[in-house]
Design a protein around this ligand. Structure first.
Ligand code: HEM
Length: 497
């Protein structure tokens, strides 16, 4: 079956034809239905609750007996199908078959249209085909494991990172001491965000921006722009009208100018080879790199803040694990690759955080031709040309069938770093149990090692100085470009000694 016309698709939809084929057949989701959380498509009133939109896809799916339980599709209005999957084997098969070779899946650009308008269309994150391949080659070296984690290179870099983190935590410590109280109540996400952007701008790109300027000018600009990227994707016309009527265009322009100024700062270290620029080998002009730098700044701040915020939020409910990490890091003065590898509990906490609360909660793909995929256990699915795929990592990782007690020793929806120990005893590693926290296949996250380094340092350093307790009994999630704890990591912070 080649790309169908609008009317041919509409005819299939009216007749209830399933456009997928194979022994792994998805089941259909109606557009309207009683008792469901919301509509299965984003609109002006539900776009801030994307996880609820996904839940709507699975409404009633428990009655399905076959592959339709975890693979669901919406097929309406003559448009191509939208396939949602929480089946890890399907997710893996699609991610492995994504790339620039003929017939491979593209990253679907429709959920990132607003990001592209704000950062540029030729970035590593947004581009497909040859442009993506070129950008991937360019960024391979500075981000590589061998570059970041080679002892002699690592030390200088790690020291500047650690200095940044210690200065921020010292300021928090002073504030806590000055309060005269045993503990202070604080939303840590706001602090984490500034540390993350400071590490990226000053340490990674070799910039020299003060903490205050990052906190008061650049972080608010990035936060507003990231918020704008989401609404600009879902409802660009009504959002533009709304801004015109309320006079918010001027604010948006100012924040865009601040973002450009930050991009200039990140690029300015290139000529002198500051930060990790010294490992960047390319004759591309600065202008050709701008969209990627914007994506690194906004995307990396968003993803690393999500990751560190969730790790600290989970730990705020588990004082016993905080104590275990404290025992690992209290004597650790150098965070080198060997030391970090030995901090077993910290590593398990990071792994479990990405599993239960992945920063990127779904991975979008689009079929560029009619495609057959095959899972590792030899199930096959035919996916028609033009299908929009939403690989729903959030719900896959919370499915009892794949991650529950019978498989991992602990309930799927519980934060249990201990499950990784349970699995290790059975000889199963995170490579065997994919949670897709950094993606998989050719479009795997290039910032993985940098992100792990940053988040490991921040979480380790926070545990070394403070004990922290969640204010709420349970922490809910909010989701936009990434997921975050809905309470902004609201904790009672107490000095350890
Ligand atoms: C530590 C927190 C991070 C997490 C959890 C994370 C997660 C991810 C995931 C899941 C993907 C795959 C997206 C997909 O398959 O559609 C991805 C891709 C990407 N990440 Fe990260 N990331 C993190 C940090 C970073 C950092 C620090 C940078 C850069 C400075 C970065 C830059 C990128 C880029 C450019 C892509 C697109 C790669 C491509 O399409 O080839 N990420 N990230």
């Amino acid at each position: 079956m080649s790309f169908l016309s609008w009317s041919a698709r509409l005819w299939q939809q009216v007749r209830g034809v399933n456009p997928f084929e194979g022994d792994c057949l998805p089941s259909r989701v109606p557009l309207f239905g009683f008792g469901r959380p919301t509509l299965p498509i984003p609109h002006l009133w539900n776009y801030k609750e994307p996880i609820k939109i996904f839940e709507t896809f699975y409404w009633g799916a428990e009655k399905e007996t076959g592959a339709g339980k975890h693979n669901r599709y919406l097929y309406v209005a003559g448009l191509p199908p939208i396939l949602l999957s929480r089946d890890p084997a399907i997710i893996k098969a699609v991610l492995s078959a994504t790339g620039d070779k003929p017939g491979q899946f593209d990253r679907d650009t429709s959920p990132t249209a607003g990001i592209a308008r704000a950062t540029g269309v030729d970035s590593l994150l947004y581009a497909n085909g040859p442009v993506w391949r070129r950008q991937k080659k360019l960024s391979a070296e500075p981000f590589s494991r061998s570059n970041l984690f080679q002892p002699e290179k690592f030390h200088g870099f790690e020291q500047t990172f650690r200095k940044t983190v210690s200065e921020r935590l010292d300021a928090l410590r002073t504030r806590q001491q000055a309060s005269g109280e045993k503990s202070i109540r604080i939303e840590l996400e706001a602090e984490i965000k500034v540390v993350m952007i400071e590490m990226l701008v000053n340490n990674f790109f070799g910039g020299n921006v003060s903490y205050e300027e990052l906190r008061d000018r650049y972080v608010p600009a990035l936060v507003l722009l990231i918020d704008h990227m989401v609404s600009d994707t879902v409802a660009p016309i009504s959002q533009a009208l709304h801004r015109m009527i309320t006079g918010r265009n001027a604010i948006l322009k100012q924040k865009q100018a601040d973002f450009e100024a930050l991009t200039d700062i990140a690029l300015s270290g290139r000529a002198e080879g500051l930060g990790l620029w010294k490992h960047f080998k390319s004759d591309a002009t600065n202008d050709a790199l701008r969209s990627n730098i914007r994506v690194f700044l906004a995307g990396a701040m968003e993803a690393t803040t999500s990751f560190a915020s969730w790790a600290i939020s989970h730990l705020s409910h588990r004082p016993d694990i905080q104590d275990q990490i404290y025992a690992e890091v209290k004597e650790m003065n150098v965070y080198d690759p060997d030391n970090l590898a030995q901090a077993a509990t910290l590593n398990r906490v990071l792994e479990e955080t990405l599993r239960l609360t992945p920063a990127l909660y779904f991975l979008p793909r689009r079929a560029t031709v009619d495609t057959w995929i095959e899972t590792a256990d030899h199930r096959k699915m035919f996916i028609p040309n033009g299908t929009h795929l939403r690989l729903d990592v959030w719900h896959a990782n919370r499915c009892e069938e794949f991650w529950g007690e019978a498989v991992t020793g602990y309930p799927a929806e519980t934060f249990a770093p201990e499950r990784w120990e349970f699995l290790a005893k059975k000889g199963i590693t995170s490579k065997d149990m994919l949670h897709f926290g950094f993606g998989h296949g050719p479009r795997f996250c290039p910032g993985r090692f940098l992100g792990l380094l940053e988040v490991g340092l921040v979480v380790g350093a926070v545990v070394k100085i403070f004990k922290f307790t969640a204010v709420g009994k349970e922490t809910k999630a909010r989701a936009g470009v990434s997921t975050k704890p809905a309470d902004g990591v609201l904790v009672d912070l107490e000095l350890r000694t």
